[in-house]
Design a protein around this ligand. Structure first.
Ligand code: PLP
Length: 232
């Protein structure tokens, strides 16, 4: 077994363990393999080991990779911040966008989503740390933005995503995950048909799943560490 295949299996075991501890069904959280900075060979190896959903953060890097891997049936997720001049390629090539934080970007994606494709799945990125430098809307803006996005015909709003601030403290990300889960519960209680919590990464996927994650975004635990300066 190759290194990536073994690492994928270890991630699946961690996910299953967390689902079972949380008394959630096996497979309760999907594994999104975050392949940013990694080669198409690495992605092929993961695909051969049964992985189909991949996440990329940088459009210039992602487009040639998507092209080189067009022979495979992969589901591509755009997880990075998105500028308005980049929306068309994302609308045309990706199945999911995780980090929507502006209505204007969402409107462009909806307008640019080809009619030949199913609606684009999107999540709203929520910034729960209150740091102004971070992407994402504040918790108080999440539901108003969600209501606006539900009106866009070529998008399918699925739920919320968060990226907790770096901290040496395990309790902090868990508190953020719990807040995001409460936000989803509130949206659903207001009648929004949302089903997704995109939260948890290599080091904290168990806590995220125990708090209700339905998608964990995992890079280094599958592919190894990224070159310095390439994180984010
Ligand atoms: C890079 C990245 C990840 C993966 O992080 P790892 O620590 O490598 O698992 C997850 N989510 C986002 C938004 C990322 O940019």
């Amino acid at each position: 077994m190759g290194a990536i295949s073994a690492a994928l299996q270890a991630c699946r075991d961690r996910i299953d363990g967390a689902c079972s501890r949380a008394a959630r069904p096996a497979g309760c959280a999907r594994l999104l393999a975050v392949s940013k900075t990694f080669s198409t060979e690495a992605i092929r190896e993961a695909h051969d080991a049964g992985q189909t959903a991949f996440g990329e953060s940088y459009l210039q890097e992602a487009l040639p990779k998507l092209h080189a891997l067009a022979d495979l049936s992969l589901e591509w997720h755009f997880i990075g911040p998105l500028q308005s001049n980049k929306t068309r390629a994302v609308a045309e090539r990706f199945a999911w966008v995780h980090a929507i934080d502006r209505e204007k970007i969402a409107q462009r994606l909806s307008q640019q989503r080809p009619v030949t494709l199913p609606p684009l799945n999107v999540c709203i990125q929520v910034n729960l740390s209150g740091e102004t430098s971070k992407h994402g809307v504040g918790a108080d803006q999440a539901l108003p933005l969600a209501r606006a996005l539900l009106d866009l015909p070529r998008l399918r709003l699925r739920g919320f995503m968060t990226l907790p601030e770096a901290s040496g403290d395990d309790a902090l990300p868990r508190a953020r995950f719990r807040t995001l889960a409460q936000l989803l519960a509130r949206a659903r209680s207001e009648g929004m048909a949302l089903d997704t919590l995109s939260m948890g990464m290599s080091h904290d996927m168990e806590a995220a799943i125990e708090e209700g994650a339905t998608i964990v975004r995992v890079g280094t635990a599958i592919f190894g560490s990224r070159a310095a300066g390439a994180a984010g």
